[in-house]
Structures are given as structure tokens and as C-alpha cells.
Write a protein that binds this ligand. Structure first.
Ligand code: ARG
Length: 214
């Protein structure tokens, strides 16, 4: 999100003494080592102060971590292909098409993907999410995204989602032709289950904190 900063999830940074970020990576190196791939190390990161403190009734929300690097991330790219995502000017609109990407498991309890995968999910309003899912409450700093109730049974369909190992990864929504980082993969119940959309930390709701730090 900035020359020397990466945004991830607090639960990914928690308890670590060093963090490695790999850029330009599309596949497991046993399949193919991507020519553009490079790794940077960080020993400095900041979890959101409200993460884990239960002040709003959830110890799992405010799930953001800002990871700082000593070097300029784009300048370190051997092929100059790495790009920054834009920070959001607003929340997306209900129904907006977004994408989530990662190397996480391809089913709940399954094995990790050996290639970077992405899937299209719809951004959902808080009301829609609570009314059409089995989730009782969505706090303002969280976003639901997934496959809405297309079959008309009043419950979010599921079928496409992030999964374990995708945490900290991006929910990108194209807004006015820009790749906007609207969410950070945070949690879910199972993966792609009917009635259980993925939960993402809203980047817009953390924007003042992010701007103040970076
Ligand atoms: N907490 C998981 C992780 O650490 C991410 C789970 C996302 N789950 C989902 N159904 N969207 O990787």
C-alpha cells in the first residue's frame, strides 16, 4: 500500500519475531520459480491497538497489521512488475464485484494450493449479510463477501470463498478503474459454506489509523 509498507491481518503478525514478504510469486517453487519473485524481511510491524482486546465485543475483529520494510518494495523488484493497491475512498457498494487471492486451502480442512488462486466474490452490505446468513452480528470494521442468495432461499449461497491460509490477503474491488484494497482476509466458518460468507477487515474503516502510521 506504500513504498515500504504492506497491510496484512493482525492474527498473522501476532507472536512473530520476523516476517518475510514475497512479491511477484505465482507458483510454488517446486513447480516454477517465478523470475520476478523476491523476498524481503521485516522485524517491524504494528497490529491495530483494538485487535484482540474485546472492547467492541469481538476479540477477533480490528484484524489489521501494518508491516514495515527497510527498503522500497517496488525498487527491490528485479523486473519492476510489482504494483501497489489503492486505499479505498469509501466502502464498496452492496453487490460490487471483488476478487480475493491467496495460496490457502481449496476446501475447509484441505491442502494448500501450490499456485496463487483468485476467485470473484460479491461485497455485501452489513444488513444483507446479517439478514441472509447465520452470522448474528457484523461490526462496522468487518466486511462480508461471498456468493449472495441467488437461488432465492433467503440464505447466502456460498460456493466461492477464501479459506485457511488466505488470511492477510487482499479483497480487491475495481472502483472507477482502480484496484482498490477494500478488505483483508480475516476469518470465516468453514469455507464457502451456505450461510457463512467470508469475513474481511474493512480497509476503509481503518484508513485513518493506516494513514497516521504510514
Ligand atoms: N483465518 C484464516 C487464515 O488464517 C482465514 C479464513 C478465511 N475463511 C473464510 N471462510 N473466508 O488463513
Amino acid at each position: 500500500i506504500k513504498s515500504n509498507w504492506v497491510l496484512s491481518a493482525a492474527h498473522c503478525c501476532e507472536g512473530k519475531s520476523e516476517i518475510f514478504a514475497t512479491f511477484g510469486d505465482l507458483s510454488d517453487n517446486t513447480i516454477l520459480s517465478d523470475s520476478n519473485e523476491y523476498t524481503l524481511r521485516s522485524t517491524t510491524w504494528i497490529n491495530h491497538p483494538e485487535y484482540g482486546n474485546n472492547s467492541d465485543g469481538s476479540s477477533q475483529n480490528s484484524d489489521w497489521c501494518l508491516i514495515k520494510f527497510d527498503e522500497d518494495i517496488l525498487a527491490a523488484d528485479p523486473e519492476g512488475k510489482t504494483r501497489m493497491a489503492c486505499l479505498p475512498e469509501s466502502e464498496p457498494e452492496h453487490g460490487d464485484a471483488c476478487w480475493v487471492a491467496g495460496w490457502g486451502t481449496t476446501s475447509s480442512g484441505g491442502s494448500m494450493s501450490r499456485q496463487l488462486l483468485s476467485v470473484g466474490v460479491n461485497y455485501m452490505s452489513q444488513d444483507y449479510c446479517v439478514n441472509k446468513s447465520f452470522i448474528n452480528q457484523v461490526l462496522p470494521d468487518d466486511i462480508c463477501a461471498g456468493i449472495p442468495d441467488l437461488d432465492g432461499d433467503a440464505v447466502i449461497d456460498g460456493g466461492k470463498d477464501a479459506c485457511q491460509g488466505d488470511s492477510g490477503g487482499p479483497l480487491i474491488c475495481p472502483i472507477n478503474g482502480r484496484a482498490v484494497l477494500s478488505g483483508v482476509v480475516s476469518r470465516g466458518n468453514g469455507c464457502a459454506w451456505r450461510g457463512w460468507p467470508g469475513i474481511y477487515s474493512s480497509v476503509f474503516s481503518a484508513k485513518e489509523w493506516i494513514k497516521a502510521i504510514i
